[in-house]
Design a protein around this ligand. Structure first.
Ligand code: PRP
Ligand code: URA
Length: 659
């Protein structure tokens, strides 16, 4: 998966003010859809099934459960699911709140069962049932299926009794402000386009006299959401199970699709790490908890995925704070009332962008998986799914209505399994299967390395230089030069996500705005002795970085590191530190060096080495998952003496000519 330049990486915590504003943006992104679900379910069911405060609280609790289950590795926000609007309404009509909530809890249990099966049997069977040709159109259906909601929020749907031009003006204004900020916003403004759009739209609505503040005046400051709990508020009922449970197939596809889309956006394969089993487990327990408290089923929110995509802020801290804010908001009576005064037209203006973004993600799944639409088989599957999913189809079996979305998912899965493949496709898919199997086996061999967090320089020039370096006949002078040079290339790669500062520069022709690196934010830390060999190359490219030293050698018997020196710059903890050591063998020395740095308060650390052994990478990733490793080559293994094979021998001795 391609490396992506993120403004904030998954585990990065922003400074407090920025953190709050970024989280608020996520709250606003999920807000419209999350509060809309109770409104639409109640109006479709003709009774109060769900309430806005409970929907907010269960969305926040669900997101926190998801973050815990995924070990904080996946920046996904969970909100009320649109896919469940029709099933919940039908379920409530058939079996009351008891039926709707029991059905929701069962969906959660289905996710958990699927997660357990994936943990035991792997996820290959899911890929078979839900390949990109099924998932892509399904995401498009979910996105485009929401399009009428945006249109009716703006007030221009066919069933609107009259055209309210004020609504159109407000929606258009909100849309344009959001789009403009997205395209032209500078610095921090650029990453909060939705917040700016909604705030601007709201102010215009107030000016145009479209907002009635009576609900805010009448509301109390704090109020307890009306939780609906089994055995206290109702006796569980399975009367709506068949109406609600089958929709799990749609939402599992949506879940995979959202995670696939987010993986592309943040450059990390989330289906591998933390893994589909963990993400589904999180979604499942969250959905169960929502049903338990009387909230709508949770789902991974495309709206928030799109915020991550547009802002490149993937911090799980931001998502976590947004979840806490959502919970608190559920208890703030005045706030819930204030939010209920945001005119639909404002929500419609941002939805115009957001819902389309979900559909475009479905398209991206198809494009990125190189789905070939010159093949009739693919055309048949996608076409039938789109028509069934978007045409408003409903099949009534007795009192149970199966919605178009369920029909589309069902049709996609079945058609994909039964339609004949041509010979070439069959061969391709067998090869693909073999490749996947081989990949899964390799993953086990390399000690469960998280390859997303390991950058291996993949370049002909590096391979060329490494081949000379590995050669036992290469002399000290050339060896030393090569270690420095490769060190420089590693530094180049490690600085890819460096944040630049705006400066004004006068060229001989004109004044321009340019970007500069603040070199004072960095420090290099070679592990003595061999690490100093790499230093040469790094100070050529970032000459103003400060330099610390850690002295340690590896005890030849125990292979454990023995410390003998430690001297680092006074202001080390405010710097990003690149730790340098040509060899990452057992990982003992590198991990120990990082531990010492963390004790000094250093928060941002990267580890740069020439050759890494899978054992060392695995140890470092387990002990210091926040430290990204950059290497020129990932070798086969360690031998019984702890030397990397094929390796290059003893790096220190070869650099300094001591043997
Ligand atoms: C080498 C290498 C690393 C360490 C790697 O140093 O430069 O520091 O071994 O091994 P590990 O991952 O198993 O801990 P060495 O102990 O040979 O010291 P030197 O740099 O002084 O040669
Ligand atoms: N240290 C080295 O210098 N080389 C190895 O292969 C392992 C540790």
């Amino acid at each position: 998966m391609k490396e992506v330049n993120l403004t904030l990486d998954v585990n990065e915590k922003p400074p407090i003010l920025k953190w709050i504003v970024l989280a608020l943006q996520h709250v606003f992104a999920m807000f419209g859809a999350t509060i809309l679900v109770p409104i639409l379910v109640n109006s479709a069911a003709g009774q109060t099934v769900l309430t806005i405060p409970v929907a907010l609280v269960t969305s926040g609790i669900g997101t926190l459960i998801y973050i815990l289950c995924t070990k904080g590795k996946s920046p996904v926000y969970l909100g009320s699911s649109f896919a469940f609007i029709t099933p919940l309404a039908l379920g409530a009509v058939k079996a009351g709140i008891a039926g709707a909530m029991t059905g929701t809890m069962v969906v959660g249990i289905i996710y958990v069962i699927v997660a357990i099966i994936i943990t035991i049997c792997g996820k290959r069977w899911i890929n078979k049932i839900l390949p990109p040709i099924v998932i892509g159109p399904m995401i498009m259906i979910i996105g485009l299926g929401l399009a009428p909601t945006a249109i009716s929020e703006i007030g221009i749907s066919a069933d609107a009794t009259f055209t309210d031009y004020k609504s159109i003006i407000v929606a258009l204004f909100t849309f344009l402000v959001t789009a403009f900020v997205m395209l032209k916003g500078k610095g921090f403004l650029k990453i909060i386009p939705f917040l700016v759009g909604i705030a601007s739209g709201y102010i215009l609505s107030v000016i145009l006299g479209m907002v009635d503040f009576t609900p805010v005046i009448e509301a109390s400051f704090f109020s307890m959401p009306d939780f609906v709990v089994p055995f206290i508020s109702y006796v569980p009922s399975f009367g709506a199970l068949l109406t609600i449970a089958p929709i799990a197939i749609v939402t599992i596809a949506e879940h995979i699709g959202d995670h696939t889309a987010l993986s592309t956006i943040i450059g990390k394969d989330l289906l591998k790490e933390p893994g589909l089993n963990r993400t589904l487990l999180g979604d499942g327990i969250a959905t169960f908890a929502a049903g338990l408290l009387g909230g709508p089923a949770n789902t991974t929110y495309g709206e928030n995925t799109s915020v991550v995509g547009m802002t490149k802020v993937a911090s799980v801290w931001v998502i976590g704070l947004a979840a806490i804010m959502a919970i608190l908001l559920g208890f703030l009576g005045k706030f819930t009332a204030l939010v209920s005064t945001i005119p639909n037209a404002v929500l419609g203006g941002v939805s115009l962008l957001l819902y389309g973004f979900i559909a475009v993600n479905g398209l991206k799944v198809l494009i990125e998986n190189k789905t070939d639409f010159s093949k009739s088989r693919n055309i048949i599957i996608a076409s039938s799914m789109l028509v069934l999913g978007l045409g408003g189809a409903v099949i009534n079996i007795a009192t149970v209505g199966v919605s178009g979305m369920s029909l589309a998912a069902f049709a996609g899965v079945v058609l994909n399994l039964i339609l004949p493949k041509d010979d070439v496709e069959e061969k391709d898919s067998n090869e693909q299967k073999n490749l996947e199997e081989k990949k899964e086996d390799e993953d086990v061999d390399s000690n469960d390395i998280n390859k997303e967090e390991l950058v291996v320089l993949d370049h002909p020039l590096i391979e060329h230089k490494l081949s000379i370096l590995r050669d036992k006949n290469t002399g000290t002078k050339e060896f030393r030069e090569l270690v420095g040079e490769i060190g420089m290339f590693l530094c180049y790669e490690a600085m890819k996500d460096a944040l630049l500062e705006d400066v004004t520069v006068e060229t001989p022709l004109k004044k321009i705005k340019a970007k500069r690196l603040n070199e004072d934010k960095y420090a290099f830390l070679p592990i003595l002795r061999a690490g100093t060999g790499m230093l040469d190359g790094l100070i050529k490219v970032i000459p103003n970085a400060k330099i610390g030293h850690i002295g340690m050698y590896r005890d030849e018997e125990t292979l454990k590191p023995v410390r003998y020196f430690f001297k680092v710059p006074n202001d080390i903890k405010s710097r990003e530190v690149l730790v340098l050591d040509p060899m990452l063998a057992t990982g003992g020395s590198g991990c120990d060096a990082i531990e010492q740095l963390k004790k000094e308060g250093v928060e941002k650390i990267k580890f740069l080495c020439l050759i890494a052994a899978p054992e060392g990478v695995s140890k470092m990733q387990k002990e210091h998952p926040d430290v990204k490793i950059y290497c020129a080559a990932l070798d086969e293994k360690l031998n019984e003496k702890g030397y990397i094979v094929p390796g290059l021998g003893d790096a220190g001795d070869r650099i300094f000519g001591t043997k």
